[in-house]
Design a protein around this ligand. Structure first.
Ligand code: HEC
Length: 171
């Protein structure tokens, strides 16, 4: 009788151990895929922010020339416009299939609103508006005529603002 009880207890213990080993294995697996997932999200957030930082850097220096805070330099202005045109194609890739990378849902350091993924078509068309405007801006910049540049520059700036108003949290 005592032996049976002992065996029973040993059996229970073995089963218990078996379960906890399985649970541990499952847990380790989840952590591994969670880790890969958050790495992927983290990289995507950094990628799109990197592209925006490059655009912001150039746009800010162009704005200073447009406002007359710094002297207008046609060559520099054109180079910056070309950079913005090139980089305008990049950020969208860092948003694709990344709804978990919105602020609030994760601990990701991002200013992206969750609405981006519920209205992704609208978000994409706002990105396209920037791409189109930056083509025009690069074109007009080549003429080296600040008066002609000003309205196109303002139009480009509006495409940034229109998207930020809807889809980016204020700093
Ligand atoms: C279609 C939407 C959209 C357009 C167009 C857009 N932005 Fe943004 N921008 C965002 C979003 C969303 C973020 C937040 C990204 C994040 O934190 O994950 C952002 C972030 C930024 C940041 C902060 C980057 C950082 O992390 O420090 C800068 C600077 C910026 N944008 C500049 C610009 C400029 C300049 C333009 C226009 C030339 C522009 N953006 C056009 C959506 C847009």
């Amino acid at each position: 009788m005592l032996k049976l009880v002992k065996m029973g207890i040993a059996g229970l213990f073995a089963v218990g151990l078996g379960i906890s080993v399985n649970v541990l294995a499952a847990d380790a697996h989840d952590h591994a895929s969670d880790h890969a997932m958050s790495e992927r999200l983290h990289d995507a957030v950094e990628y799109r922010q990197g592209a925006f930082i490059i655009m912001g850097w150039n746009f800010g220096r162009m704005a200073a020339m447009v406002k007359g805070e710094t002297p207008y330099n046609a060559e520099e202005f054109t180079q910056r416009a070309n950079t913005i045109q090139l980089v305008s194609h990049l950020p969208i890739e860092g948003f694709k299939d990344m709804p978990e990378s919105a602020s609030g849902k994760t601990k990701m350091d991002t200013a992206a609103k969750t609405e981006i993924w519920t209205k992704f078509d609208d978000f994409t068309s706002k990105m396209k508006a920037l791409e189109d405007a930056s083509v025009k801006l690069a074109e007009v910049s080549k003429q080296g005529d600040l008066a002609a540049i000003k309205p196109v520059f303002a139009e480009t700036g509006k495409t940034c603002k229109s998207c930020h108003d809807d889809y980016k949290h204020k700093d």
